[in-house]
Design a protein around this ligand. Structure first.
Ligand code: ATP
Ligand code: MG
Length: 391
């Protein structure tokens, strides 16, 4: 008898000829997530098995696998020989462990699936026999409920017999690394980490770009962004974080441009620099945490003006979401508590009182062309630093 984790995967089933690529990437990501546990991953009939996790580490392994994109659900199972006595013994043992932690009575149902048609019992017979055995063993605390049982016990007869009690839902999505690389504009706020998470969930690898404005923003604000990147890397693997000094550009905009245009101009400059960083880092698109109408720089007109500054696709996965919905995801992925630490972002230090909410592309292009930003962009890129951040 051996403990094994069964991995069911999500959308990969829909893939055609390139399915092996998705499966290989997922298997590698699973091994990476469990790298210090010395596991073996095998693939069989549209699912994966993780072998070799020590019994004391099985819950920790399950916790880590929950965060691997591309996995629909996992089951912690007993793998036994296809002999009835062994199957029954593991079912009794698993049920015994469950009942030990439960007070009072419980209802159950056996579900079985027999892919190996050479096994001498049908699924119906397995359900009936095992049901009897469990009722007898745990009399009077167990009863059968075929409609809505509290406990579902599964038996699968495949290359071996697998017995398990619970299916743990995971995050779904596509394996990280199957969709190319995107550059995330990462502030210290609630939104941008969630935006990065959402693209990573669709298989994108991330690099991140953060703009800071010493001395208007502090060292602690930078540490906060590093910490947010670290939390995100639990889902994505290592993230290269580019830290770009933005003070000179920001103060120039503030001093020389019409006050109501400063925010949109700043956003255009951020996008221009982010695109350059992305190109150098092999990314094909930018990601921001903008949501329609959230602030003046996120009206449709402002977003159009911002997009006009770059040629790369700009993904805004939060565009149709309310702050409350975004916050729920931020809490779920573990970035919220760090995001609400009260350190200023460079976007918040220079906010004009009356920002334009319906900027026009031609007007903003003109304002931007009045100043030689290209030289300042080059300087900022030269002075930027790159950190490899991982959990
Ligand atoms: P967030 O919660 O992500 O900070 P926000 O609602 O505060 O978002 P803005 O400050 O207008 O919105 O920023 C919009 C987007 O611009 C952010 O989601 C992020 O993608 C990007 N951004 C803002 N500030 C920075 C920064 N200092 N460095 C990198 N990207 C930034
Ligand atoms: Mg912000």
């Amino acid at each position: 008898m051996q403990d094994v984790i069964l991995v069911r995967y999500a959308e990969i089933h829909l893939k055609g000829l390139n399915r092996p690529f998705f499966e290989r990437t997922l298997a590698n990501n699973i091994k990476f997530a469990l790298s210090r546990m010395n596991v073996t991953v095998t693939r069989e009939q549209g699912r994966m098995y993780v072998w070799g996790v020590q019994s004391g580490q099985i819950e920790e392994a399950a916790r880590r696998l929950r965060n691997v994109f591309g996995i629909h659900s996992i089951c912690i199972a007993r793998a036994v020989d296809k002999k009835w006595a062994d199957i029954e013994a593991s079912a009794v043992e698993l049920m015994g462990e469950y009942m030990e932690n439960e007070r009072g009575n419980a209802s159950f149902k056996v579900f079985s699936r027999r892919s190996d048609k050479g096994f001498p019992m049908t699924s119906e017979e397995i359900n009936r026999e095992l049901g009897h055995a469990l009722l007898e063993r745990f009399n009077p605390r167990l009863c059968v409920d075929v409609r809505s049982p509290q406990i579902k016990i599964w038996v699968e007869i495949r290359e071996r017999a697998f017995v398990f009690l619970r299916e743990i839902p995971c995050r779904g999505g596509m394996p990280t690394g199957t969709a190319g690389r995107c550059a995330l504009l990462l502030s210290g706020g609630i939104d941008s980490p969630v935006a990065g998470y959402m693209l990573a969930k669709r298989g994108a690898e991330l690099c991140a770009v953060h703009f800071y404005s010493y001395p208007y923003t502090s060292e602690r604000a930078k540490d906060k962004v590093i910490e947010l990147t670290r939390i995100l890397s639990a889902y994505t693997g290592t993230i290269r974080l580019h830290l770009v000094p933005f003070t000179k550009i920001q103060t120039t905009i503030y001093e020389k441009c019409p006050p109501k245009e400063t925010t949109v101009l700043m956003r255009r400059l951020m996008m221009r620099i982010a695109q350059r960083v992305a190109e150098e880092d092999g990314a094909l698109a930018l990601i921001t945490g903008e949501a329609l109408g959230q602030v003046a720089s996120q009206t449709l007109e402002s977003l159009a003006v911002t997009d006009d500054a770059v040629t790369m696709p700009v993904f805004r996965p939060l565009i149709g979401m309310d702050k409350e919905e975004i916050t729920t995801i931020a809490k779920d992925i573990g970035t919220f508590e760090t995001s609400i630490l009260p350190y200023e972002d460079c976007c918040t230090v220079f906010v004009p009182q009356h920002p334009v909410t319906k900027p026009r592309v031609c007007r903003l292009r003109q304002s931007e062309a009045m100043i030689d930003f290209e030289a300042m962009i080059g300087e900022a890129l030269c002075a930027s630093e790159v950190l490899s951040v991982h959990i």
